[in-house]
Design a protein around this ligand. Structure first.
Ligand SMILES: Nc1ncnc2c1ncn2[C@@H]1O[C@H](COP(=O)(O)OP(=O)(O)O)[C@@H](O)[C@H]1O
Ligand SMILES: [Mg+2]
Length: 329
């Protein structure tokens, strides 16, 4: 219903990513929870373009969460004043949501562990251990969980893997994070552990933001090298896209391998930026996008500096990439 007292505030940011072949600006409307993918082969400028977009989003007042496992973002994020979580040095406590609500803690914990395909028995054991730890300490921390269940079969593998990342490190309090955030995943490391950490990190951030829902700026999450997270669990990013959207965030996935993303990923992302790559890459793109001969030619014949922007249900445009100088390394 129309109300003269309600002022609708435009929340979309239009970000220019280049010029079309007639010299007209090509821009992306960053409406809240508009998801996207940036695809292209290695070295073609995916990360650079993403950073350039991030610069504009920051200037338009959006909050950014970057997730990176390659150390390609840290210098940029330092320059732009991000809060940085370097998981080699510090951790956020994945098991303690610092909530006084025991069920909430355990719930998050259990959904997280489901990413490991734990048996029902293991999950019940974990639940049991968590409840006991909680009863005793009023919080659930990883170290406590380890010391309470060191020798449960399937859990042992999980805990061993996680221990490498968690034990004895300084714990960051997510409540202290107020700016843009970089989650710097450790180099190498187990894909499942990365998924687990990302899951709980996002779950905890959502819980935190929900508390302050009124002054939470619109947020875009960028996951670079997203194909590294899908091995053995292509549904993970589908889950992420759905969950993130529920909270009004937009999620942008950057990947060099179109097939590594589940088909459903593409139906959940309204925007796609396709950068060049070799024949094999272009052929795999064709499984998800309708490309004209000119599109194909553009993708095959330029190393860098050109791309195709596709807005689902609207159309596509070939463009010359334009990035901010300050993101070039
Ligand atoms: N539009 C561009 N103009 C000039 N140099 C670029 C451009 N995009 C990327 N580069 C440079 O190319 C190199 C690889 O870019 P990067 O974004 O890391 O590629 P990718 O993430 O696709 O592997 C970097 O040194 C970057 O500075
Ligand atoms: Mg890159």
């Amino acid at each position: 219903m129309f109300s003269p007292y309600v002022v609708s505030v435009p929340v979309s940011g239009a970000v220019i990513i280049g010029k079309d072949l007639f010299g007209k600006d090509v821009s992306i409307a960053f409406t809240p929870n508009a998801h996207g993918v940036i695809l292209g082969s290695t070295g073609v400028g995916k990360t650079t373009l993403a950073k350039s977009i991030v610069v504009d989003l920051i200037r338009s007042g959006f909050r950014i969460i970057a997730i990176d496992c390659e150390w390609h973002w840290i210098e940029f994020c330092r320059r732009f004043g991000f809060d940085i979580i370097e998981l080699d040095k510090v951790v956020f406590d994945p098991f303690c949501i610092r909530s006084s609500d025991e069920l909430e803690v355990i719930h998050n914990f259990l959904i997280g562990t489901s990413l490991f395909n734990l048996s029902r028995e293991d999950v019940l054991t974990l639940y049991d251990v968590c409840s006991k730890v909680f009863e005793r300490n009023g919080a659930v921390s990883f170290n406590d969980v380890i010391s309470y269940c060191p020798r449960y079969g399937g859990l042992r593998v999980l805990l061993k893997e996680l221990e490498f990342f968690m034990r004895g490190k300084q714990i960051i309090d997510l409540d202290l994070l107020n700016k843009h955030i970089l989650l710097q995943l450790p180099v190498g490391g187990d894909t499942e552990v990365h998924r687990f950490i990302i899951y709980l990190f996002l779950a905890q951030l959502f819980a935190k933001y929900m508390k302050f829902i009124t002054d939470t700026p619109h947020t875009f999450v960028f996951i670079d090298e997203a194909h590294r997270l899908t091995r053995g669990a292509s549904q993970f990013l589908v889950w992420a896209l759905r969950t993130v959207r529920k909270h009004g965030f937009g999620l942008w996935l950057i990947s060099q391998d179109p097939h590594s993303l589940d088909r459903e990923t593409y139906s959940l992302t309204a925007n796609a930026i396709l950068l060049p790559g070799p024949r094999k890459y272009v052929d795999s793109l064709k499984a998800y996008f309708r490309l004209s001969d000119e599109d194909e030619e553009l993708l095959l014949s330029h190393d860098r500096g050109y791309g195709i922007y596709i807005r689902q249900g609207v159309g596509s445009v070939r463009f010359r990439v334009k990035v901010h100088e300050e993101v070039l390394t």
